[in-house]
Design a protein around this ligand. Structure first.
Ligand code: 0X9
Ligand code: ZN
Length: 451
C-alpha cells in the first residue's frame, strides 16, 4: 500500500489496523464502494494479491470498516495465475488499491463502480403488498417477511405444506423446513433442499421461496413437476443461517458466516459449509476464527449445521436427494469437495449434472460448469453435500446460481426469475433421473449384495 498507508499491528488482538490518508479529491465517484475484477498474470502478482487481500481481509473484518473484501476466491490461499479475483473495495481505500494494482501492472477492471446503488436496488420494493401476485417471488425479502411467508404458506395450504421445526440458530431464531407432500401415497421418497447457508447469497433463499411457490402452483399443471411431486416429498429449508441473513440486511451486506461468538477473539462466525464432519478442517478450511472459511471449534459445533445433520440422520432412509443452494458462479457441483478422490457413483452423478447443464444451455442459453467440487473449484472440506453423501444420500449436489461475476452477490431483482428458472430446471432434471433408477431408493452405506 506504499506511502499512503501506515500499518499498525495490535498484538493483543492479532488484528492489523490500516490508518489511511488519502488525497483530497474533487471526483465524487472516486470514493464509492466498488467491486474490482483483478487477473494476476505472474506468480509475483499472485503473491502481491494474496498479501493485499490477506491484510485487507483482516482489516476490513475488524471494527474499523466491518465490511468483507474477497468475493472470489473465498480464501486468499486460492488465488492463482490467470484466474479472476473479485474484490469488494470500500470507497475510502479504492484509490489506494487501484494505485497499488497499477504500480504493479496488475490487470484489473471495475466490475461495479457503485456497489451501494445496487445494494439499495436489492432492498427496494420491500414494503409492497406481500400478496401482490407473483412479483413477490421476484424480489428479495427480509427475514421477518420470510417468516411471515412461511406462516401464510402453511395456512394457505394446510393439507399440502407443513412447517417442521428442525432446530434453532445461535441467536435462537427458529429453523423451519417446509415439508411439501402433495398426495398421500405411502412410502414416498424425499428430496432435501436447503438455502441460505451463506448469508450474503441472497438469490439462494429467493430460490427456496420460488421453488415452494412453483411446486404448489404447478402441481397438476406442469407434467414433469406433477410426476415428481406424485412420487416424492420435498423438505425445503428456506434460510439455514437466519442470524447471518438478518445481519446482511441490517449491518453488513457482505457477511457470509453465521453469527456465533468465538472464545478468545472478537471475530464472529463460523462458515457453516466448513462445519460438517467431512474431512473437517483440512486444507481448504481454516482454524482461524477471523477468516471467512473458519471451520468452527469442532464438527457440528454450530446449532444450524447440527440441526440439519440431525434431521438428515433421522430421515436418511427416505431422503434420496440432497441439494444445497448457493451463489455465485453458475456451477452444478457433485462430491467430493473434501478430497480429490472420486465419489463411488461419480459417473452417474456427472451424467446428471451434465444433462442439467445441457438443458439449461438449450432452454435459457446460459452456461453452467459442472463436476466434482475439488476439481472444478477448490478443496473445501466440511461441506454439507459431502457429509450428506457419506451419510448415504448418494444423490448429493451443491448448486451455485447466477451470475458468473457481473453482479456477484449483488444480483439485481430483475435477474431472480431467470436464475430461479434455471435452477428449477436443474432440480427437475435430477429428480426425474433419480426416479428412473430402480433400486436407487433406500441408500445405505453398507457394501454388500443387493437386497
Ligand atoms: O465454498 C463453498 O462453500 C461453496 N462456494 S461459495 O462460493 N457459495 O461459498 C461451494 C461448496 C461446494 N461443496 C463443498 N465445499 N462441500
Ligand atoms: Zn455459498
Amino acid at each position: 500500500f506504499g506511502q499512503s498507508l501506515d500499518i499498525h499491528h495490535d498484538d493483543s488482538s492479532g488484528v492489523v489496523y490500516f490508518f489511511i490518508f488519502w488525497p483530497a479529491s474533487t471526483d465524487r465517484t472516486m470514493h464509492k464502494n466498488k467491486v474490482l475484477s483483478i487477473t494476476p498474470n505472474t506468480q509475483e502478482q499472485v503473491d502481491i494479491l494474496k498479501n493485499v487481500s490477506t491484510q485487507y481481509q483482516k482489516t476490513i473484518t475488524s471494527d474499523i470498516f466491518s465490511q468483507t473484501g474477497l468475493w472470489q476466491p473465498i480464501s486468499p490461499q486460492n488465488i492463482k495465475e490467470q484466474t479472476q479475483v473479485h474484490l469488494y473495495v470500500p470507497g475510502n481505500i479504492s484509490e489506494t488499491v487501484r494505485n497499488l494494482l497499477q504500480r504493479h501492472d496488475i490487470t484489473h477492471e471495475v466490475m461495479l463502480p457503485n456497489a451501494d446503488e445496487i445494494i439499495e436496488m436489492q432492498m427496494r420494493n420491500e414494503s409492497g403488498d406481500p400478496r401482490s401476485g407473483s412479483t413477490f417471488y421476484y424480489r428479495y425479502h427480509t427475514l421477518e417477511d420470510i417468516y411471515d411467508w412461511i406462516n401464510r404458506t402453511t395456512h394457505d395450504y394446510p393439507d399440502k405444506v407443513k412447517a417442521i421445526l428442525v432446530g434453532s440458530s445461535n441467536e435462537k431464531r427458529p429453523l423451519y423446513a417446509l415439508k411439501l407432500s402433495l398426495n398421500n401415497r405411502p412410502n414416498k421418497k424425499a428430496v432435501w433442499i436447503d438455502c441460505g447457508i451463506h448469508a450474503r447469497e441472497w438469490i439462494s433463499p429467493a430460490f427456496c421461496l420460488f421453488f415452494v411457490h412453483y411446486s404448489l402452483s404447478f402441481y397438476n399443471l406442469n407434467t414433469e413437476m406433477t410426476h415428481i411431486l406424485d412420487n416424492m416429498d420435498f423438505y425445503v429449508l428456506p434460510v439455514m443461517n437466519p442470524d447471518g441473513y438478518k445481519y446482511t440486511w441490517t449491518k453488513d451486506r457482505m457477511w457470509r458466516k453465521n453469527r456465533s461468538p468465538q472464545k478468545g477473539t472478537s471475530c464472529v462466525g463460523v462458515d457453516l459449509n466448513r462445519n460438517f464432519d467431512a474431512n473437517w478442517c483440512t486444507t481448504g478450511a481454516s482454524p482461524d476464527p477471523c477468516t471467512e472459511i473458519y471451520c468452527g471449534p469442532f464438527p457440528e459445533s454450530e446449532p444450524e449445521s447440527q440441526a440439519v445433520a440431525n434431521f438428515l440422520r433421522s430421515h436418511k432412509e427416505s431422503i434420496q436427494i440432497y441439494l444445497s443452494i448457493h451463489s455465485y458462479s453458475q456451477m452444478l457441483i457433485i462430491p467430493y469437495s473434501c478430497t480429490e478422490d472420486e465419489a463411488e457413483n461419480h459417473s452417474e452423478l456427472y451424467e446428471m449434472v451434465k444433462t442439467a447443464a445441457d438443458n439449461i444451455k438449450r432452454y435459457y442459453r446460459n452456461i453452467y460448469t459442472y463436476g466434482a467440487g475439488a476439481q472444478i473449484i477448490y478443496l473445501a472440506p466440511g461441506g454439507s453435500d459431502d457429509w450428506a453423501y457419506n451419510l448415504g444420500i448418494k444423490y448429493s449436489f451443491t448448486f451455485e446460481l447466477q451470475d458468473r461475476g457481473r453482479y456477484g452477490f449483488l444480483l439485481p431483482p430483475s435477474h431472480i426469475q431467470g436464475a430461479c428458472n434455471e435452477a428449477l430446471l436443474a432440480v427437475k432434471t435430477i429428480a426425474l433421473k433419480v426416479m428412473e433408477k430402480p433400486q436407487a431408493a433406500t441408500s445405505s452405506r453398507q457394501a454388500g449384495p443387493a437386497a
